[in-house]
Design a protein around this ligand. Structure first.
Ligand code: GAR
Length: 188
């Protein structure tokens, strides 16, 4: 049996650019990877990440309706496709407690701050406004509470005086790309 048959099947949920998806996909093609990207689901019809996954012939769905419809259909797909782990990668909606409970497989997320600092949105602006010396990113398990699950990996980034929201977000995104595949491999 080919080694790839033993790899964990991943579903990625996203809402936008999909640079983390691209990066996970790239890593999945390396020998170190314990996973394959099997399914991509977006809540936005024209999300760039969906165009990418389609171009790689990954099963891809846009379910851009009410969250209840998104969750119901996603759950069916997760079960049908025997997905092992869900990775949120720039997924800008909050999954309900019911979804997290019914899923029964690990769900992980990458968040652009040093959790537990700055849960939710506008993390870079908040770190700069507070004159923090460091920000960074966190890969963590998803629970029914926003950005509050157990931390898998975290990496710091220095905030320079000249940094603004855009430069900081770029630096942090690069570090997200370093840690997210490693964090995922760790839980596979
Ligand atoms: C990333 O910075 C990710 O950490 C963040 O959205 C960006 C998505 O980029 N996620 C959140 O803020 C979730 N709360 P990408 O679409 O290029 O991967």
């Amino acid at each position: 049996m080919a080694i790839s048959n033993f790899k964990k099947k991943i579903a990625v949920f996203l809402s936008g650019e999909g640079s983390n998806l691209k990066n996970l996909y790239k890593f999945s093609k390396t020998k170190r990877s314990k996973f394959t990207i099997h399914l991509v689901i977006s809540n936005k019809k024209n999300a760039k990440g969906i165009l990418f996954s389609k171009s790689k012939k990954i099963k891809s769905y846009s379910i851009g309706k009410k969250m209840s419809v998104f969750e119901k259909n996603s759950l069916l797909l997760i079960r049908e496709e025997n997905i092992d782990i869900i990775c949120l990668a720039g997924f800008m909606r909050i999954l309900s407690k019911e979804f997290v409970q019914k899923c029964k497989i690990p769900i992980i997320n990458i968040h652009p701050s040093l959790l537990p600092k700055y849960k939710g949105l506008h993390t870079h602006a908040r770190a700069i406004k507070n004159k923090d010396q460091f920000s960074g990113c966190t890969a963590h398990h998803v629970t029914s509470k926003l950005d509050a699950g157990k931390i898998i990996l975290q990496k710091k980034v220095k905030i320079l005086k000249k940094d603004n929201e855009i430069t900081l977000s770029k630096k942090i995104l690069k570090v997200e790309h370093q840690i997210y595949p490693i964090a995922l491999n760790k839980i596979c």
